[in-house]
Structure formats: structure tokens, C-alpha cells
Design a protein around this ligand. Structure first.
Ligand SMILES: Cc1ncc(COP(=O)(O)O)c(C=O)c1O
Length: 374
């Protein structure tokens, strides 16, 4: 077996961090390539560590709410989301007219791409970042200007500000960023948004922000309260573990919400809204979800530190971004054989892998598979 050894060093994340890398590129042998995939880890198929889901959800309270919602599922869902809107408004210090619920936050990202990215306007975003809005805007004819992340894999706020022109319809900021997990702390983000307010609309995607208890310190909602042209998006897919039930929301000044609402294509199903309403109040489940996530992250980053692989040490997503040191396809094929599905490419970081947190048990297994591989 050939092994190519490289040494690098890089500091990533906000406080402490990473690490000297000793990464080895290991091509698969013919026997390895032909080997069958390992038996199921959690009762069938590969462990899904590829889509940033939360296998601990939905909460038992949400499951009961879905079952109860079936009694009125013969009705068109109209007005059934008012309770949830009121609860969100109360927690955020906003009014229900500041809130749009949608079929996952990705529906809102697409609507924003449609509203702000057409008519000869441009979208500005980091690279790599979550691409849903940009891809849709491109399909509609928008130009998308991408600004590389900085050396610590964080948003380059100066570079983003410089890329905004008179033609820019929307600036997309993913905080924390997917796939790197890096966070723009609230005290840096808020003045940036204030400075942008006279220049363009900013969408701050906070899909992962509430995975940490201190999310109020970093959210952009105070700029929404101040009336700036800021759209904050959130989701029930991550902390609440209900990606399949499709509920997300936007927080924005009422005139922006009205603009977005005009382009809505779906009515939210009653089951998703019922589950989200129950889960939003279920603080015990949210704490449980956060605790399991922290355990998974500690196991994973512990293994990466031990193996001296470059990674984002204090990422704020339910995933870790790390450098495999070699072709990602080889690494993913080996992990697949060990029973773990990883390996979505995030160019230009062609040797880096984003691993999503599965159950704590799955992450112990993945850490063992990492130790075997490197
Ligand atoms: C940054 C980010 N925003 C939005 C989404 C979409 O979430 P939803 O399930 O609410 O559509 C994802 C999904 O992975 C994401 O990573």
C-alpha cells in the first residue's frame, strides 16, 4: 500500500484550534474496492452522515401532535399556523406580521432568489456555502458573485461588502456556514448588517444557529426589529430533527414578508405545523438534542485531533469539516465500505469532507473507521 504523507498547519475557528496535519492518501486496493459494504449499523443501510440531519428527532411530543393532527387532515390547512407564528413572534420580540412559515427554509431561500435575483439583479454569496438560493437564482438568469472564504474558512465580510454593487439584489450570508460550521459572532455581524442596510437586502441563513444555547447572542433578528432590509431564515430540520416534515420560517420586516408571501407555491401541511408547534415548546427535547450533538462532535473532533487532521475545531453546525489529505472519492469509498455515507464535494476544498452528526453510537463507529483509515 502506498502512502503519501503531507504536513501542514492551519488555525481554524474562533478560539483554540487546529492542528498539524499528517494526512495520508491511500488508494484502494482491488480487494478493498470489491469488498461488500459493512452490515447495517442502525437497522438497515448505511449510517447517513451526509445530509446534516438529526437522527434523534422528531420529539415524542411532535410525533403525538402529528398523530392528533390527522383527525382534521381532511381540511385545507388555513389559519392552522397562527399559533406557531404567535409563539415565534413572542420568543423573538417581533409580531406575527414579521414571520413567514414555509415548506422548509429552502422554500424561502428559493423565493428570495426569485424576488431579489431576477430583473437583471445580482446575488452575492460566499464560496463554499449552502447553494440552494444561488442555484435557483442562476436558473432564473441572475449573476451570482462568489467571494472565497478567508484562510480560517470564515466569511470574508470585507470581501463580501466590496462585491456588493448597485446591481446587487441580495447578499446571502449563512451563519454558521455550511459546510465549514464557522460562525460570524453577533458583535461582528450586526454592525456589518447595519452598514449594508443602505446598500442591499441581506438574507442571513440561521439554519444551524439554534443548535447552541447562546444563539440569541449571534442572531441577526435585532436588525429585523430595527427595520433593516434583513431576512433571517430558520428551520425545524436541524435542532428539532424533523427534516422530512418540512417546516421553516423567515423573520423580516412586514413589507418584505408580504413580498415573499406573494410568491409562495405551497400550503404548509397540517402534520408539519402540528409537529413544529409541539417541538417549539418542547425545551426538554431541544436540550436533549443539543446534548447528543455535543457528544457526537466531541467524539469526532477528538479523533481528528488525535489523527492530526486539519479541521474546523469549534464549528457550530451539526457536522465537522475536515481535510482527508487525499482524493475525497477514495475516502468516501472506504467509509462506505465501513458502513458510513459521507463525501459530498465542496469545491474548491477538494480533499475536505463534511461529516454530519449521526447518533452518538454511529459517531463512535465513524471515529473508529477514521482511525483505521489514517
Ligand atoms: C444552511 C442551510 N440552510 C437551509 C437548509 C434547508 O433546510 P430546510 O430543511 O429547512 O429546507 C439547509 C439544509 O441542509 C442548510 O444547510
Amino acid at each position: 500500500m502506498s502512502a503519501q504523507v503531507t504536513r501542514r498547519s492551519l488555525v481554524l475557528g474562533s478560539s483554540a484550534v487546529v492542528a498539524t496535519a499528517l494526512a495520508r492518501t491511500r488508494p484502494l486496493s482491488a480487494a478493498e474496492a470489491a469488498a461488500p459494504v459493512a452490515p447495517a449499523q442502525s437497522g438497515g443501510g448505511l449510517a447517513r452522515l451526509i445530509a446534516n440531519e438529526n437522527p434523534y428527532g422528531p420529539a415524542a411530543s411532535a410525533r403525538r401532535a402529528v398523530a392528533d393532527s390527522l383527525a382534521t387532515a381532511w381540511q385545507y390547512p388555513m389559519g392552522h399556523d397562527q399559533d406557531l407564528k404567535k409563539q415565534i413572534a413572542e420568543r423573538e420580540g417581533l409580531t406575527p406580521s414579521h414571520i413567514m412559515l414555509a415548506d422548509g427554509s429552502s422554500e424561502i431561500l428559493r423565493i428570495a432568489g426569485l424576488v431579489y435575483g431576477t430583473g437583471g439583479r445580482e446575488v452575492v454569496a460566499a464560496r463554499p456555502t449552502f447553494g440552494f438560493l444561488q442555484d435557483y437564482a442562476r436558473q432564473l438568469g441572475a449573476t451570482v458573485t462568489e467571494v472565497p472564504l478567508d484562510e480560517q474558512l470564515r466569511h470574508d465580510l470585507k470581501g463580501l461588502a466590496a462585491a456588493v454593487t448597485g446591481k446587487t439584489g441580495l447578499l446571502y450570508v449563512c451563519n454558521p456556514n455550511n459546510p465549514t460550521g464557522t460562525l460570524i459572532p453577533g458583535p461582528e455581524l450586526r454592525p456589518f448588517l447595519q452598514a449594508m442596510a443602505s446598500r442591499t437586502t441581506v438574507l442571513v441563513d440561521e439554519a444551524y444557529l439554534d443548535l447552541w444555547d447562546d444563539w440569541p447572542a449571534h442572531t441577526a433578528t435585532d436588525r429585523v426589529r430595527a427595520g433593516d432590509p434583513v431576512i433571517v431564515t430558520r428551520t425545524f430540520s436541524k435542532l428539532h430533527g424533523m427534516a422530512g416534515l418540512r417546516v421553516g420560517y423567515a423573520l423580516a420586516p412586514p413589507e418584505i414578508i408580504q413580498r415573499l408571501e406573494k410568491h409562495r407555491m405551497t400550503l404548509l401541511g397540517c402534520a408539519g405545523v402540528a409537529a413544529a408547534t409541539a417541538s417549539y415548546q418542547d425545551l426538554e427535547f431541544q436540550a436533549f438534542s443539543r446534548a447528543r450533538l455535543q457528544e457526537g462532535l466531541a467524539i469526532t473532533t477528538g479523533a481528528l485531533r488525535e489523527l492530526k487532521l486539519r479541521h474546523v475545531e469549534q464549528g457550530r453546525g451539526n457536522f465537522v469539516f475536515f481535510d482527508t489529505g487525499g482524493p475525497l472519492a477514495d475516502f468516501s469509498a472506504a467509509m462506505r465500505r465501513a458502513g458510513y455515507q459521507v463525501g459530498r464535494p465542496f469545491p474548491p476544498y477538494d480533499t475536505w469532507c463534511r461529516v454530519s452528526m449521526g447518533t452518538v453510537e454511529q459517531m463512535r463507529g465513524f471515529a473508529a473507521a477514521l482511525r483505521d483509515y489514517f
